[in-house]
Design a protein around this ligand. Structure first.
Ligand code: NAI
Length: 295
């Protein structure tokens, strides 16, 4: 019943090209599922050309792995790759139908990008943010079309994780919501919907757990390996909380905890001192080569 409703909506807003802003671990993951599963052309923008190079070889590596394992043909991989283009110039985003922002978890940075996007895109363009915790309503207020702004929160690593959280802001229209749900489905994802509250569903539950693991390490309750092994084998998850934090990025974990702490105001969300210390030292996890573990 719901899918027929969505098919009706999508006709009014046909997506021909997707723009992704931020060529980090999330941005290129989103670009890959857009090109490979939804089979739509996607343009990735980053202010840092080195990140574009890094992301591009990450995509090549994943596709090559799938070819070797006979999961896809070389032709199919070439087709997927040809759908992904890159740029460092935001002016190339003026013709996009749907834009997904995945720059760092910083409210001022995100609001600045949304103001720019609002100025250069058409009134119909939907502007989605992959924020992990920041208010969608606050980001939408940086534009003149808050009805077209929505949270589309992918999980890391995007090609593997099935879930997308969809978060309408205060003024997001039901049309924007339905087009976003349809797009998530075409990317092979299952979606859930959350209210626009700090951390939404996933990070409201996950981040305090990761933060508590860092506090346990800080207080010497157990070693790094024992904390991770206890939770990995004891709760049957693929990795322990400290390994997971390294995969997410310690800067991102810290930024999310800061949002939860500031916006909810409860001291139980205070970021672990050790988390702040690691970020200050540039130990950001897997992406910088060192976090709780070395890579
Ligand atoms: P990242 O640090 O890997 O990538 C961010 C990218 O944005 C970098 O390549 C950077 O050069 C680029 N950038 C910074 N300012 C820019 C600007 N003004 N214009 C264009 N590009 C700019 O970060 P990651 O992990 O990909 O996270 C991005 C967003 O996704 C954050 O909001 C984060 O909270 C969210 N997120 C992260 C998850 C994770 O597990 N890492 C999971 C789900 C959401």
């Amino acid at each position: 019943k719901f899918s027929s409703l969505l098919s009706k909506e999508i006709k009014d807003h046909e997506i021909k090209q997707i723009g992704v802003i931020g060529a980090g671990q999330m941005g290129f993951g989103i670009a890959l599922v857009t090109a490979h599963i939804a089979q739509l052309p996607v343009k990735v923008l980053d202010s840092n050309p080195k990140q574009i190079e890094k992301g591009s070889s990450f995509v090549d590596g994943l596709l090559e792995k799938d070819i070797v394992k006979n999961r896809i043909t070389r032709d199919k991989a070439t087709e997927t790759k040809s759908r992904i283009t890159t740029t460092t110039s935001i002016s190339e985003f003026s013709t996009m139908d749907f834009i997904i922002e995945a720059i760092p978890e910083d409210v001022d940075l995100k609001r600045e990008i949304f103001t720019k996007l609002d100025q250069i895109t058409s009134d119909d363009t939907i502007l989605a943010t992959n924020t992990s915790s920041i208010s969608i309503t606050k980001i939408a207020a940086a534009t003149k079309k808050p009805d077209k702004v929505i949270g589309m929160h992918f999980m890391n690593p995007v090609p593997i994780m099935r879930l997308v959280e969809i978060i309408p802001g205060l003024d997001t229209s039901s049309h924007t919501c339905n087009v976003t749900k349809k797009l998530a489905t075409s990317m092979g994802k299952i979606f859930t919907e959350s209210q626009d509250v700090p951390g939404f569903i996933a990070n409201r539950l996950l981040m305090p757990y990761i933060n508590e693991a860092v506090i346990a390490l800080e207080q010497g309750i157990a070693s790094r390996d024992d904390i991770d092994t206890t939770m990995k084998l004891g709760t049957n998850v693929p990795m322990g909380p400290l390994t997971l934090a390294d995969h997410i990025g310690l800067d991102t974990c810290l930024a999310i905890m800061k949002v939860l702490h500031k916006e909810i105001g409860d001291t139980k969300y205070r970021p672990a001192v050790l988390l702040q210390k690691y970020v200050d030292a540039g130990r950001l996890g897997k992406k910088s080569g060192k976090g709780f573990y070395e890579y």
